[in-house]
Design a binder for this molecule. Structure first.
Ligand SMILES: O=C(O)[C@H]1O[C@H](OP(=O)(O)OP(=O)(O)OC[C@H]2O[C@@H](n3ccc(=O)[nH]c3=O)[C@H](O)[C@@H]2O)[C@H](O)[C@@H](O)[C@@H]1O
Length: 424
């Protein structure tokens, strides 16, 4: 059910002459089911499941309403610890667009969490999609179901190096986004934001492609204004451990508007607030993935600090709706894309735990009791964060549809499926 209590059957909408509506079941069939099936020497052979696996399969089939046709099923052989990869027997149907409606779209960071969902949507809508990724935090497996499709191309490339292609739209997402990842190599992070954005803006200038950059709520730093409006200039520590990302994105925005004013590049700037959903790397250290995986494994949930800091969480499909609407609108000012439902992280931990228990009980498993333990607060961790999304409402007619309970439940099912196949 969406925020109004209506069942969600499709995501996206027709807006600004660009139709981005697709059935949710088709998307789910791409991310929700396990990719591997197991064979083992204890009496089970090719693709025949144990009772437990068969039950999981049935539950997932029910959840995605049996829409399983587009999932490759590679076979894991535990006795030899090997995988026989299979390819898709059929790609998901993509719209047949007339040549004037079909766009050549470049997605940098297209193998990452957000990028892969954007790619799924753009592909199903019938566009030609090129993914550029250096696979530092992205993974080929997130978009492997499109490999071989005539509308799809994947290129290993680091955006700090120039790249030439002909295209109509550029979604520039490439940059590590989770605090442990972007702090792992701070110099590389700021180089990616600065040089990567410079290169992609240069490409947009030459090709006259429309350019959208995914900026972040982090440009507001530890905000003194609450909720955060786009006009707020922020409160960022320029020399702290988060600066490589925060200041990197700030300079990326500065570059974007420099090219816009100086060279007339057609730009869009999305400031994304905390987003979660399937395909988030379970080891990337962010709060939603940490909490769900810990609770599913029956481990302690790690709450940093006293848990009074706040965040507002949006589900991935809402974000993709917002990005596509922004790209196709006329709005060149920055636009916050986020969900206004704000939680203290302490309350959020309890909510995640309750949802994990609920899903486990629905699946006939009595959950293991999970404790919440406190860990030190990371340096410069913002105390509060909530988007003011008035601008997105006014200029994009966009508002989040997914409740946090719905989104979390789906994400719990995703991680359960990954655990069943043994890939996490
Ligand atoms: O998820 C996102 O969208 C954002 O994640 C990070 O921003 P941050 O808000 O720090 O995200 P998390 O690392 O998920 O942390 C959220 C809060 O939960 C806390 N946390 C995190 C992990 C954990 O195990 N336990 C825990 O209490 C953190 O201290 C923080 O207060 C990135 O810096 C943003 O660019 C990105 O947009």
């Amino acid at each position: 059910m969406d925020v109004n209590g209506t069942e969600i059957k499709t995501v996206g909408f027709q807006r600004f002459g660009f139709d981005c509506e697709v059935p949710i079941d088709v998307l789910r069939s791409l991310y929700l089911r396990p990719h591997y099936v197991t064979t083992s020497s204890d009496g089970l052979t090719n693709g025949v499941f144990s009772d437990e696996n068969a039950k999981e399969e049935e539950q997932h089939a029910r959840f995605i309403q049996g829409n399983t046709a587009y999932q490759s099923k590679s076979i894991y052989h535990p006795d030899t610890q090997s995988i026989s990869y299979t390819t898709l027997s059929r790609f998901p149907p993509v719209k047949l667009l007339p040549p004037y409606g079909r766009k050549r779209i470049l997605v940098t960071g297209g193998a990452g969490f957000v990028g892969s969902h954007l790619v799924d949507r753009l592909m199903i809508l019938g566009h030609e999609v090129t993914v550029l990724d250096n696979f530092f935090t992205g993974s080929k497996t997130t978009v492997s179901h499109w490999i071989g499709h005539p509308n799809f191309e994947m290129i290993r490339h680091d955006v700090v190096e120039p790249f030439m292609i002909e295209c109509d739209q550029i979604y520039h997402l490439a940059c590590p986004a989770s605090p442990p990842h972007y702090q792992f190599n701070a110099v590389k992070t700021i180089k990616t934001s600065f040089m990567g954005t410079l290169n992609m803006l240069g490409l947009a200038k030459r090709t006259k492609a429309r350019f959208l950059i995914t900026s972040t709520s982090e440009i507001y730093g530890d905000p003194e204004v609450h909720p955060q409006q786009e006009d707020y200039w922020g409160h960022v520590n320029p020399i702290g451990p988060r600066a490589c990302y925060d200041e990197g994105k700030r300079v990326a925005e500065t570059l974007t508007y420099g090219f816009h004013r100086q060279d007339g590049v057609d730009v869009r700037v999305a400031r994304i607030f905390n987003t979660y959903g399937p395909r988030m790397n379970p080891a990337d250290g962010r709060v939603v993935s940490n909490f769900i995986v810990q609770a599913l494994r029956g481990e302690d949930m790690t709450l940093y600090g006293d848990g009074t800091q706040t965040r507002s969480f949006q589900y991935i499909h809402d974000l993709i709706d917002g990005l596509i609407a922004l790209m196709n609108s006329d709005e060149t000012r920055p636009v916050n894309i986020g969900n206004g439902d704000e939680f203290t992280i302490g309350d959020f931990a309890k909510l995640v735990r309750d949802i994990v228990y609920k899903v486990q009980r629905e699946d006939g498993v009595e959950p293991q009791k999970v404790n919440i333990v406190h860990k030190p607060m990371p340096t410069d961790d913002p105390q509060k964060r909530r988007p003011d999304t008035t601008r997105a409402k006014e200029v994009l007619q966009w508002q989040p549809c997914w409740t946090v309970n719905m989104g979390l439940e789906e994400m719990v099912r995703y991680y359960k499926a990954k655990m069943t196949e043994g890939s996490i």
